[in-house]
Write a protein that binds this ligand. Structure first.
Ligand SMILES: [Zn+2]
Length: 88
């Protein structure tokens, strides 16, 4: 499977398949992903709260790593759930 780099055209098909807006982290040139920014962080998780895999998110290694760290920090702060839609 081909690794997609920042802003690769594959993002479009992925966005269609997942009905999410594209993830312009790479194009926007954002160097730091803020874990306190709940809205941004929540874009990198599935509706169940799982971290989007790189093959879906289409992010480069640098941003994917930043996203995963940011999500984990945001989870700890309860900004983003560990598991969404879980009643129990
Ligand atoms: Zn990137």
């Amino acid at each position: 499977m081909m690794r997609v780099m920042c802003g690769a055209p594959a993002l479009e098909t992925i966005a269609d398949a997942h009905a999410t807006e594209s993830l312009p982290v790479c194009e926007s040139g954002a160097r730091v992903l803020d874990y306190k920014d709940e809205r941004t962080v929540s874009r990198f998780v599935t509706e169940r709260g799982k971290i989007l895999p790189r093959r879906i998110s289409g992010m480069c290694a640098r941003h994917q790593r930043q996203a995963s760290v940011a999500i984990k920090r945001a989870r700890y702060l309860a900004l983003v759930p560990y598991i969404a839609g879980f009643e129990g």
